[in-house]
Design a protein around this ligand. Structure first.
Ligand code: GDP
Length: 442
């Protein structure tokens, strides 16, 4: 059965059903498609589906490649939300993707799975730049969050959703680990009592066990090659043998003392515990204003710093979920009553963005003020390439002013006059907050 629906902005989604599986196909280049185009596209998909149905092939085969660069790239980095049951993961995910998606109209095509949501990265600088550029259109940066269900003790042995859970984690670039720091007799704790450090250890153990299994298999494979004198295999084996006792003592791979070469090699192993982690301490609504004094949060803070070399953020998933249906004014008043400015979720999103090694530069003109996401260390042509590959290929120069200089001086003209509007070449490393305009050859 094939059905179709028109999404916001004229995009089209088509659905096909294979047995019990519901597959969704999106045409990312159909914004503003007319009625006829819409029907033609859906018809094409229907044909493709029925011709392949007998193979029962996975639905991603039918993803239609965009003709135009999509607003969000398929390589958008993802953070996975993990944690034991009943710690508030789904509450957080739903709140994140509903309340923080309201402004995400420019990213209508990025989610394909109900467990994946696009979340806008809050950045106060964008509205200020929009004012300077005299535009009313703001396009913020976004990242994807994935709600990863299924972790229970024994997941590495197949308990709960076991393997599916582990493979979902393998696909994300960073992990947001939610730990329960709220007491509520009505919400059952699956392990009996509120003890976030014990919970962290349970989750870590499952991930470490899965990694140990992967490392053991890799050692078996590498040994033969190493024996034959293959230099790369010898280096790999040495690292695997260094990792084994580390993992065996229940320590995550990302805390292994390693040289730069070893760190580079470690990435190839795709270990679950090598991913960067941010701990989200889910506190009771009434505790958010004083979260740093909450003994559960304090325990998590001390533990994760020493054992995981990781940061933590206090949040209230419940507060965030209660903001969903409020107007911005009511939301502000509600937060004020609780003695806070935010549910902690803005810090969580920004922290995750940083954890993914990302930063923002801006373009600001009459058409729009826009935040572009790049990896730290990107040089000017790579930064330009995020807008369009032609910008990278034909890169000549980047006109750049820092956000701070532009705001202080009030306009591009004033920044130019003050000598703060620079012309940068291909070796320039972009800085967070740079406001740029690219010169390129077509
Ligand atoms: P998950 O299993 O980790 O996805 O947890 P859920 O998000 O489904 O939450 C489990 C239960 O805890 C739900 O009934 C939530 O309403 C409740 N819950 C989540 N966060 C909080 C919180 O901060 N305080 C309280 N009292 N309950 C919460």
């Amino acid at each position: 059965m094939v059905g179709a629906e028109q999404l916001d902005g004229g995009a089209i989604a088509a659905r096909a059903r294979f047995g019990d599986d519901n597959a969704v196909i999106r045409l990312v280049d159909c914004a503003n498609a007319g009625e006829t185009d819409f029907e033609r596209h859906v018809g094409n998909i229907a044909d493709q589906i029925s011709s392949e149905e007998s193979d029962n092939a996975p639905f991603h085969k039918w993803l239609v490649k965009p003709r135009l660069p999509p607003l969000c790239s398929p390589s958008m980095l993802k953070a996975g939300i993990v944690g034991l049951p009943n710690v508030g993961k789904s509450t957080l995910f739903n709140a994140l993707t509903r309340s923080r998606k309201a402004e995400a109209a420019n990213y209508p095509f990025c989610t394909i799975d109900p467990n994946i949501g696009v979340v806008i990265v809050p950045d106060d600088r964008l509205a200020i730049l929009a004012k300077i550029a005299k535009t009313a259109v703001l396009v913020p940066a976004a990242i994807e969050f994935v709600d990863i269900a299924g972790l229970v003790k024994g997941a590495s042995q197949g308990e709960g959703l076991g393997n599916q859970f582990l493979s979902n984690i393998r696909e994300v670039d960073a992990i947001v680990h939610v730990v329960r720091c709220f007491e509520d007799p009505d919400v059952i704790h699956t392990v009996g009592s509120v003890d976030p450090v014990r919970d962290i250890e349970i989750v870590t153990t499952e991930l470490v066990l899965a990694d140990l299994d992967a490392v053991t298999k890799r050692i078996d494979k590498t040994q033969k090659k190493a024996k034959s004198g293959d230099k790369e295999a010898i280096a790999e084996l040495a690292l695997l043998e260094k990792l084994t006792p580390h993992l065996n003592s229940n320590q995550p791979a990302n805390t292994l003392p390693a040289t730069d070469d070893e760190k580079a090699l470690l990435k190839f192993f795709q270990l679950l515990t090598a991913k960067p982690v941010l701990y989200a301490c889910n506190v009771a609504e009434t505790d958010l204003a004083t979260a740093e004094q909450n003994p559960f949060v304090q325990k998590v803070a001390a533990f994760v710093k020493v054992h995981h070399d990781a940061a933590y953020v206090p949040i209230s998933a419940k507060i965030e979920s209660e903001l969903i249906d409020l107007s911005p004014e009511d939301a502000k008043a509600f937060l004020k009553d609780l003695g806070v400015d935010d549910s902690g979720v803005s810090s969580l999103i920004r922290g995750t963005y940083a954890l993914l090694g990302l930063m923002t530069y801006f373009t600001a003109g009459e058409k729009e003020a826009r935040a572009w996401t790049i990896k730290k260390g990107f040089k000017a042509p790579q930064a330009a390439g995020v807008i369009h590959t032609d910008f990278e290929k034909g890169f000549i120069k980047a006109e750049v002013v820092s956000y701070a200089d532009l705001v202080r001086l009030g306009s591009i003209a004033a920044a130019r006059e003050a000598g703060k509007y620079r012309l940068e070449g291909k070796d320039y490393v972009f800085q967070d907050g740079d406001v740029a305009l690219f010169r390129f050859n077509n």
